[in-house]
Design a protein around this ligand. Structure first.
Ligand code: BG6
Length: 489
């Protein structure tokens, strides 16, 4: 993995789905930052491709509005925007029509000495036709890379079909399956924490760890993405990718090298060791919920089924909690509790490693909590270690205190923290796939998720309601309480 690369090669970036949410909210602001900080190859060109016919100036006005909203005031200047906008072109085309790719090739006048990045910020059903059309148009040569957004498919079968079709056009080293969580600084820090410190690794196993919690809770609802989300739900949108990737980084063995193949080999082994959840286990080990009306930050918000483009009798889950077990030597008997929900009480993504209590209690009454490591990914990037200390004063009374590291403050000299997409876009241009999901990883994740989805269909129950602004359905609390545990946030 590279740090601050200098690029020898020029680059053309094609964004399919160029007027969609992802392109406007994430990709263009990330590219703007890269441009402003001179981290893009000097003559990089960006082509936004979308169905609507509109003049370039209209597209640029739309893009500028979104960039202004996403980029902090200090970082947005008109001069930078104008020089960035000079790199952008817009082409109206239908990605399913091969004839339109001829027009694209004409417009692009791509030279084979340039890196060509095809970023598919579209629905997965367009991945295969786009790849095939790129091949027909001669835009899939050795210099070309394809970037696929998650979720890749809808099930193992559909993911395999996509992987197969993409593999017929692009060899695996040129396929970049994005999970933007892997691009987050704090997520990469997890690897630094584990593999660059001697302190934790000896304790990182079933002999010392009681259980692990991985939560990604959001206060947002589905915003403008109801049409997509209502067909996906939290299991496909979040658990199949972001949460399982976090689980892999927490649970994997130390890779032989810090390169794409070694890291991904270890993650794959964890996905393969996940105990399948099917039959009765689906009832006992998973909870699916859906938000009803409630309050977020003092504001009333509607129930999920009143969101735009959502079926008014929808039974899509907006919350999932799962107990996952990893059947290998290191983690035997250590549950990993995964939880994600929209419209929750507070936004927070965090990993908690709950250590076991001391084997013999010498001090105190034996009821004090054991050590706990919190790795907070967002909104603040912090790592805290809960230790037991003696309370000041007479006697030996124990209290839990925290060793607290705020990563943003620790690195404040290093200016702005990069957004995940900045990092990942640079890696694509450089051809570094360490932070991207390999084909077998994606398929192994679906292999674990599919039986849960099937179990939900088989023993049908509507998702458990939870009021917006709460901590999810009660059943999610019971999932831990039955084992004498509790969620820590
Ligand atoms: C996306 C999901 O992948 O991640 C969204 O599709 C979710 O539904 C988002 O809101 C969360 O990302 P972040 O970076 O805001 O935690």
């Amino acid at each position: 993995m590279s740090n601050s690369p200098a690029f020898p090669r020029s680059c053309d970036i094609l964004v399919f789905g160029g007027s969609g949410d992802l392109a406007l909210h994430k990709l263009l602001p990330a590219l703007y930052h890269l441009h402003r900080e001179q981290r893009l190859p000097a003559d990089t060109r960006i082509f936004a491709l979308a169905r609507s016919t509109r003049a370039l100036d209209d597209y640029l006005a739309l893009a500028e509005r979104h960039c202004r909203a996403q980029v902090s005031r200090d970082d947005f200047t008109l001069a930078d925007w104008q020089s960035f906008a000079a790199r952008i072109d817009y082409l109206a085309m239908d990605a399913a029509q091969s004839a339109d790719f001829g027009r694209l090739r004409e417009r692009l006048k791509h030279s084979e000495t340039r890196v060509l990045v095809h970023y598919l910020a579209t629905a997965p059903n367009l991945f295969t036709p786009i790849a095939q059309n790129l091949k027909l148009a001669g835009l899939a040569g050795p210099e070309a890379r394809i970037v696929l957004e998650k979720p890749l498919g809808h099930s193992l079968e559909s993911a395999r079909a996509i992987n197969l079709a993409i593999g017929q056009v692009f060899d695996e080293s040129r396929v970049f399956r994005i999970d933007h969580y892997l691009g987050k600084e704090t997520v990469q820090n997890l690897m630094a924490l584990r593999f660059a410190n001697t302190l934790f690794e000896p304790l990182w196993r079933s002999a010392y760890v009681d259980h692990v919690q991985i939560s990604v809770n959001e206060t947002l609802g589905v915003e403008n993405r109801g049409a997509y989300y209502d067909h996906a739900g939290a299991m496909r949108d979040m658990v199949q990718n972001h949460l399982l990737q976090l689980l892999c980084l927490v649970a994997m063995e130390v890779p032989v090298h810090f390169d794409a193949e070694s890291v991904r080999n270890e993650k794959l082994k964890i996905l393969q060791a996940l105990r399948p959840i099917g039959g009765q286990d689906v009832q006992d080990k998973t909870v699916r919920g859906q938000y009803s009306a409630g309050h977020i930050g003092g504001q009333e918000v509607p129930a999920y089924w009143f969101e735009k483009q959502v079926d008014n009798d929808s039974d899509t889950e907006t919350f999932v909690a799962v107990r996952a077990d990893i059947d290998n030597w290191r983690w035997a008997g250590v549950p990993f509790y995964l939880r994600t929900g929209k419209r929750m009480a507070k936004k927070c993504s965090e990993i908690v490693i709950q250590f076991k209590p001391v084997p013999h209690n010498l001090i105190g009454d034996g009821s004090g909590p054991a050590n706990r490591l919190w790795i907070r990914l967002q909104p603040e990037e912090r790592i805290s270690l809960q230790l037991m200390a003696k309370m000041p004063g007479k006697g030996m009374q124990l209290e839990a205190v925290e060793l607290d590291l705020n990563l943003a403050q620790a690195f404040s000299k290093n200016k702005r923290r990069w957004d995940a997409y900045e990092r990942l876009l640079l890696d694509v241009i450089e051809g570094d796939s360490t932070l991207f999901m390999r084909r077998d990883e994606v398929e192994a994740a679906w292999r674990w998720v599919d039986p849960i989805l099937a179990g939900w269909r088989e023993h049908y129950q509507r998702p458990r309601p939870y009021p917006a602004g709460s901590n999810g359905p009660e059943q999610a609390q019971s999932l831990l309480e039955l084992a004498g545990r509790e969620w820590y946030s």
